[in-house]
Design a protein around this ligand. Structure first.
Ligand code: ADP
Length: 319
């Protein structure tokens, strides 16, 4: 696929042509209720449509990493499935345009997208709503060769034209670094609930995490925390974790940068196996020690909705 052959995400025959009134709220102060200076009718309409989708998603969380191969997609997939197992309505949006691995990790390779009157339908896996550029490629080996503006356009369509419905969480798996994709997500979703930054214990990876945190600060995205992945090796027989590399780099860095540390996950052969087999580790190995660690890691993220629910019920903690 190249820049000329734009993927089949045109939504003719779906919601196009209909007036897309934003019925999410009657808030006249909402940024989507008034046309911005210099905005034409189409841009205004698009922004309203985008806002009306986003208003139905309570928490939007970006999963980032400074480097590739540190387990960012693994974390995004398991975070999404953990939240679902905790009873939440969850979407998983893979904006790793050049290397989408979410379909493989969830055994959804070869799935194709369909649409209805409301827009493109995400692929559903036991209630988890998944969207990835991988579903639009004719062949798994196709390479996507796009520049920044086209990537931004596709990410916008993922948000605006996909029928996400009501969600408690949308987990967004972005490619490593601080390039076009995470930037587009931060610019399109205002406000993002926060970012989870994944790193490995080594200094080379931790140094890049600083850049991710600085990026978030520039864009006013709260850093929900740092996860140190591949922190030691979990013995497949007894579960004991052996520190094969220096560990603690992620924790030290989180402390130094003044952001929360969410936890350390060891290298666990079952995690790698589950990813390769297209099964969510947290679902298929629920009783393993690494699954327990993952459940701990998501607690602050689960608390985002718990705090909201408590506030809605009039239970306000003053601690
Ligand atoms: P990234 O998204 O950062 O590029 P991935 O999530 O694709 O990284 O992970 C790269 C590889 O490492 C995958 O094959 C995945 O299964 C494996 N992996 C990630 N985390 C772990 C872990 N804690 N234990 C074992 N294998 C892991």
């Amino acid at each position: 696929m190249n820049e000329r052959t734009h993927p089949s995400i045109a939504t003719e025959g779906t919601a196009q042509g209909k007036p897309s009134t934003c019925q999410s709220c009657k808030d006249t102060a909402c940024s989507a209720s008034n046309r911005r200076e210099g905005e034409n009718e189409k841009e205004f309409e698009d922004r309203r449509k985008l806002q009306s989708r986003l208003c139905r998603i309570r928490h939007k969380i970006l999963v980032m990493s400074g480097k590739g191969g540190v387990g960012k997609s693994t974390m995004a997939v398991n975070l999404a499935v953990s939240l679902m197992l905790a009873g939440k309505r969850v979407g998983l949006m893979d904006v790793d345009i050049h290397g989408p691995s979410v379909p493989t990790m969830l055994g959804l390779e070869g799935e194709k997208l369909h649409s209805d009157d409301d827009g493109l339908l995400p692929v559903e896996l036991r209630g988890l709503k998944v969207m990835s550029i991988g579903f639009m490629l004719k062949h798994q080996d196709d390479a996507v060769i796009w520049r920044g503006p086209l990537k931004m356009q596709v990410i916008k369509q993922f948000l605006k034209d996909v029928s996400w419905g009501e969600l408690d969480y949308l987990i967004i798996d972005s490619p490593p670094g601080t390039g076009d994709e995470p930037l587009s997500v931060c610019q399109l979703i205002e406000p993002l609930s926060g970012a989870v930054v994944v790193t490995t214990p080594q200094k080379v990876s931790a140094v890049d995490v600083r850049k991710s945190i600085t990026f978030c600060r520039h864009l006013h995205v709260p850093v929900l925390g740092v996860v140190e992945n591949m922190s030691g090796f979990a013995c497949p027989k007894c579960g004991e974790v052996t520190p094969i590399f220096r560990s603690g780099g992620g924790k030290a860095l989180a402390y130094e940068m003044g952001v929360p540390f969410l936890g350390s996950l060891p290298i666990d052969p079952q995690i790698a196996e589950a990813c390769d087999a297209g099964r969510a580790f947290i679902h298929h190995y629920q009783s393993s020690p690494s699954a327990a660690i993952l459940r701990e890691i998501i607690q602050p993220i689960l608390k985002l909705s718990a705090t909201e629910e408590a506030a809605g019920a009039g239970i306000v903690s003053h601690s």
